[in-house]
Design a protein around this ligand. Structure first.
Ligand code: NAI
Length: 337
């Protein structure tokens, strides 16, 4: 049966890494139909909206999407398309595995952390106002249902993936009510999962722990902003933003995307590393119940780096985005099905 996947190439390097990812996914031989839709700043000029309704309709219909990065103006302009997409489709769990790949000289050998970030509220709820000139307020919205749901997701994920510990990252010493509520929900949910060890850590201590010895961490669950910052920190531990994949999971749909942004400094030069989006596609193939195709792509990535295969310039190589993707696609195509 053919899988129909919504593909949103995105802005900046998005279309480049999306083309590369399509090539590698198609090399598995699974039957895929890509329903391509555009969102972002360029679309807004033509359509008057950054997120046309057909994008949401397509994702709702297909239940699965692969998405490139979309730019958000800083300090002014339209609301983040990413945040709107996550809130509209209630993609509440942002799952970001931080895993070292062979031969990339990670900071620590064998890093294998999974960050489960609450995706729909916190400081990203978009509740901001100028109280008066010179005084601005951003409201951090934290609700019990959202905290319970994300903690449940993290513990269930840990059980399903054979993990041992879930650490909640918070700042409840200062934000006693909002982060305190997250902590309370975490403790309650932990009692329902006796096989998984619960652990608590303050966000600043977690940043230090990740840099000193990331291998002490297993699954992390946290609110929106801390999860966003810690995932870029994690990316820095394992080879940079060109590597780290992600997924946005809800009850009705799932959107797979890399952690990185539009990389305006390298657009159109063939310098973008598509590994992060290709690894997101591996997560997508698992989600679509295509474990063999997922394993073939994952193996091709590992074997490519282990055997000294091509690398993009961010990893010290000289291959272009499509040369790298072509080499991976050839490996996938000849790998045992
Ligand atoms: P960025 O992730 O786009 O770039 C940071 C640095 O990493 C740059 O030097 C860039 O060249 C490099 N980089 C990123 N991805 C790379 C790749 N695949 N291969 C090689 N090098 C790569 O972060 P920045 O500059 O803070 O954000 C640019 C725009 O992207 C902003 O408008 C931001 O809002 C947006 N953004 C979108 C995201 C999404 O759609 N999920 C996530 C993060 C940022």
């Amino acid at each position: 049966m053919a899988h129909t996947i919504t593909l949103v190439p995105g802005d900046g390097i998005g279309p480049e890494v999306a083309d590369a990812t399509r090539l590698v996914v198609e090399a598995t031989g699974i039957d895929v139909v890509w329903e391509v839709h555009h969102a972002g700043a360029e679309v807004a000029e033509k359509r008057g909206t950054t997120l046309p309704p057909e994008v949401i309709e397509s994702i709702r219909r297909n239940k699965v999407a692969l998405k490139g990065p979309i730019g958000t103006p800083i300090g002014k302009g339209f609301k983040s398309v990413n945040v709107t997409l996550r809130q509209t489709l209630d993609l509440y769990a942002n799952v970001r595995p931080i895993k070292s790949l062979p031969a990339l000289e990670p900071r620590f050998e064998g890093t294998d952390i999974v960050i489960v970030r609450e995706n729909t509220e916190g400081l990203y709820a978009g509740l901001e106002l100028m109280i008066m000139p010179g005084i601005a307020q951003s409201i951090k919205l934290i609700t019990e249902p959202a905290c319970t749901r994300i903690c449940e997701y993290a513990f269930a994920y840990a059980e399903r993936m054979g993990r041992h510990r879930v650490t909640v990252i918070h700042k409840a010493n200062i934000m006693k009510l909002s982060d305190g509520l997250l902590l309370e929900c975490f403790r309650r949910v932990a009692q329902r999962h006796p096989r998984i060890e619960p652990f608590e850590m303050i966000v600043d201590a977690c940043a230090m722990q990740m840099v000193r010895d990331a291998n002490k961490l297993d699954v992390i669950v946290t609110e929106n902003l801390y999860g966003d910052i810690l995932s870029d920190l994690g990316a820095g531990l394992v080879g940079g933003l060109g590597i780290v994949p992600g997924s946005n999971i809800g009850e009705q749909a799932a959107v797979f995307e890399a952690v990185h942004g539009t990389a305006p400094d390298i657009v159109g030069k063939g310098l973008a590393n598509p590994t992060a989006l290709i690894q997101s596609a591996v997560m997508m193939l698992h989600h679509m119940n295509e474990p063999r195709a997922a394993d073939r792509v994952a193996r091709a990535i590992v074997e490519n780096f282990r055997s000294g295969g091509p690398r993009t310039p961010d990893l010290g190589g000289s291959a272009s985005t499509m040369e790298f993707a072509g080499a991976l696609a050839r490996r996938v195509a000849v790998s045992p099905a």
